[in-house]
Each structure stands twice: as C-alpha cells, then as structure tokens.
Design a protein around this ligand. Sequence first.
Ligand code: FAD
Length: 458
Amino acid sequence: MTQSYDAIVIGAGQAGPALAGRLTTAGMKVALIERHLFGGTCVNTGCMPTKTLVASAYAAHLARRGAEFGFSFSGEVQIDMKRVKARADAISTTARNNIEKWLQGMANCTVLKGHARFESSNTIVVDGQQLTAPRIFINVGGRAHIPNFPGVGDVSYLTNTSMLALDELPEHLVVVGGSYIGLEFAQMYRRFGAKVTVVEKGPRLVSREDEDISTAIREIVESEGIAVRTGAECISLARRPGGIGVHVNCTDGEPEVIGSHALLAVGRRPNTDDLGLDKAGIATDAHGYISVDDTLATNVPGIWALGDCNGRAAFTHTAYNDFEIVAANLLDGDRRRLSERVLGYALYIDPPLGRVGMTETQARASGRPLLIGRRPMTRVGRANEKAENQGFMKIIADAQTRKVLGAAILGLSGDEAIHSILTLMNADAPYSVLQRATPIHPTVSELLPTVLGEMQPG
Ligand SMILES: Cc1cc2nc3c(=O)[nH]c(=O)nc-3n(C[C@H](O)[C@H](O)[C@H](O)COP(=O)(O)OP(=O)(O)OC[C@H]3O[C@@H](n4cnc5c(N)ncnc54)[C@H](O)[C@@H]3O)c2cc1C
C-alpha cells in the first residue's frame, strides 16, 4: 500500500533534518529516509571526526615544541591511536545519536531506515514500501571518488571513511591527492608519528588556490617532514612486499614510493547513481550532480536537491545554507537565492587557511582594476606571542567600488578571522566599513583594518 505524505526528505545529512524540522513545524506530514548513518558525511566520516583528530595532532605537536615555550618533561610524546580514535568516535557518536533522537521524536515526521529510490516523479520506494508526496527533497550527499589508476583493484587502499577506522599508526602513509582532504590527513598522521608522503598529479598542492598559497602550504607541511611529490602524472598502484607501491613517475626523485598504507583522496562523487533519477526524469550534469536553479529546484516541479549532491558547493555550511534557501522560499515568502551566497571555507591544516570569495587569479581574470593588501603572519603580534607565525593574509578589492572581492588568511586562527571579511562581503559594504572598526587587541583580526589601509594597486 502506498503511504502519502506532504513531503519526503531523502538523506539525514546537513540539510535534510533541519528541513524536516521546518516542514513539520509548518504542519506538513513528512517522511525522512536515511540509508546509513544519521548526520551523514560531516558527522560520521567528514568534518567532525577529522577536526577532532586534527585537534589531537595539534596537541601532540605543541607538546613536542615544549622547549620553545619554556617547559620540558621526561620522555617522548607517545601517541595512543586507540585513545585518539576513541575520542573522535565519541564526538561523532554523540552528534549522530542526537540527530537520530531529534528526528525520531519529531512530531509529524516518520523516519524510515533504508535506501530510497525514485519510482516516478512523486513516488519513492524504500525496502519495497511505496511512499508518495507532492514535494521531494534530495539530500543524498557524496562519497570518495575512486580513480581508475592502474592496479587500484589489486591493493587495499584507504578512503576518508576507512581512515577513520584505523586505530594503529601506519608506518608510512602515502596520501594520493594533495588537496583539502588529503592534506588534513597527511599533517595529522605526520604529527601522530607516521612517515608521510603526499603524491599530487598537478604541479602544486591545492591547485584551486593561488600559487602563493600553494607554495606557503607546501613549506608548512615540508617543514614538518612530510615528503611532497608533485607532477605525478602517471599514478599507478601495486602490491609490494610490506606495503603498497605508488608509482609516481615524477620528473625528480624515486619513480615509486612504497608505503605501508595508501589513502586515496582525489575528490568526491555524488550519491546519485543508485537513486533512480531517470524514473523521475531528473536532470544531472556529466558528473552525476543534480542540476538545480537558483532556488535549488530541479527540472522536475516539486523536487529539490540540496547539499553536496547538487554540485554547487561541498561543505556543511553550504548544505545547511541550501536548506535555509529552500525553507525561505517555500515557507517564509522570502525570495532567497543561491547566487546571493558569498562562499567561504577553510582548509584545516595547522595553521588553517580561511578563504572567502575570489582568488587573486580569479580577480585578475575578471579584468577589474584591483587593490591588494598582504601581511605575513610574522607581523601579527598574536601569532608571534603564540609562536605560530607561519603563513600570510591577503585581501583583494575592486579599486573602483572599494568592495572586497576575496581574501585568504593562511595562519593562526585564519578559519575564524576570515569571518570579518565574509560578513563585510555579505553586507556588500565597501572595505572602509571594516577599516574604520576597532577590533580587539591582541587578535589576528585586529590587523585586517591595517591591511586594508595599506592596499596597493595590484
Ligand atoms: C574528510 C572530510 C572532511 C570534511 N571536512 C569538512 C569541514 O571541515 N568543513 C565543511 O564544511 N565540510 C567538510 N567536509 C564536507 C562535508 O562533510 C559535506 O559537504 C557535508 O557533509 C555535505 O552534507 P550533505 O547533507 O550534502 O550530505 P551528507 O552529509 O553526505 O549526507 C547525505 C546522507 O544521505 C544518505 N543517503 C544517500 N543516498 C541515500 C539514499 N538513496 N537513500 C537514503 N539515504 C541516502 C547518506 O547515508 C547520508 O547520511 C568534509 C568532507 C570530508 C569527506
């Protein structure tokens, strides 16, 4: 028998649960379907466990630097990976259970555990059970992309998910992919005590960022003893005695790196291949991301796609913002649009990179006259006081409108300090507004008005 609802939400990631909350509060009868872990990627295999591990790695790193701060203790820093993992597991588990408890207790919400598949544009099947609704919201997220490198099927590689099940220290971790996810794992495992090599096929790390950022990040990770092999154009994998051989074929250095473990961190793909989208006539792009308009609506009336699966961004805060946009349009009569979003994000190596808006490369390509301000973190008092002064900050503005186009803060608290600029850009205000503020001393943010006051034509 088909069960009728006012709305069906597929996926309990970062947008689905909050949307179910708003829809039920608005009086709708909602079915929410989750096939695996409540909270999705961020809570279980993404942001939360990784940032917990990054924090453990940071503590160990700082302890090793004790002499710089004027203290010592006998013996070496000993990492107990089982305890490190247990700490990350506990934080994820608490969040996951809280989300499930919230949904299970939500009035007017029926929670179904199982894999959802479209049967038609208004019908979903879960474990043989048919559900129908005039509104369907897809929040199915994504998973690690497994590249078809030669030999990939012959070795037992790791992904961001299986990395989190490790409770022992790899002797030598080879990270294939020198971008956001790969670098976070690389640095944390180096700090836990593993030998680490990063293999990147492009000519530089995090190639979406400006070259000066890539260079500074490379210096930071290399300064901790991480080996970086860029320009690895013909990557292949093979079983070797005692581990996995990653053939890198770089122009310099050994042609093969042999690690005890290999992590593949070469991008993500959407969970849309097993959703029956064709039965509903829902359009996707060539990579399987669901095509959406400025209100997150798909090409099929009554169906929306939110979060990583729409390919518009791949962050927790953007998935949540998708929920806010959909709810505003549907329930509040507020015409919020995706195109109004100012995109900010962070890379959680230490020190972190906080980013917002355009890169310098993108700003130059736009042809606008630019003003650019830079400051090394060695000229930030707070960073010197904490002996964490690697990196730099950079702000790019339109010379005519005096509005900030983008910024990067690679350095102590860069993930937090970037928010002044994110807010300024959201307010669409000229940078004089921030320049005339009186920030708190001593902080990293207090230097932002100074950088803005020293902007030069670029
Ligand atoms: C290692 C790592 C670190 C990250 N760190 C950060 C970070 O620091 N900050 C940040 O902003 N972002 C980070 N991200 C990205 C962030 O995790 C994602 O952008 C975010 O989780 C996307 O949320 P979502 O709701 O779109 O999808 P998800 O959180 O992936 O949720 C989708 C849910 O849908 C379910 N599902 C899928 N298909 C079906 C189906 N057919 N039927 C029923 N249920 C289904 C899945 O089981 C899942 O629970 C990280 C990602 C990774 C991998």
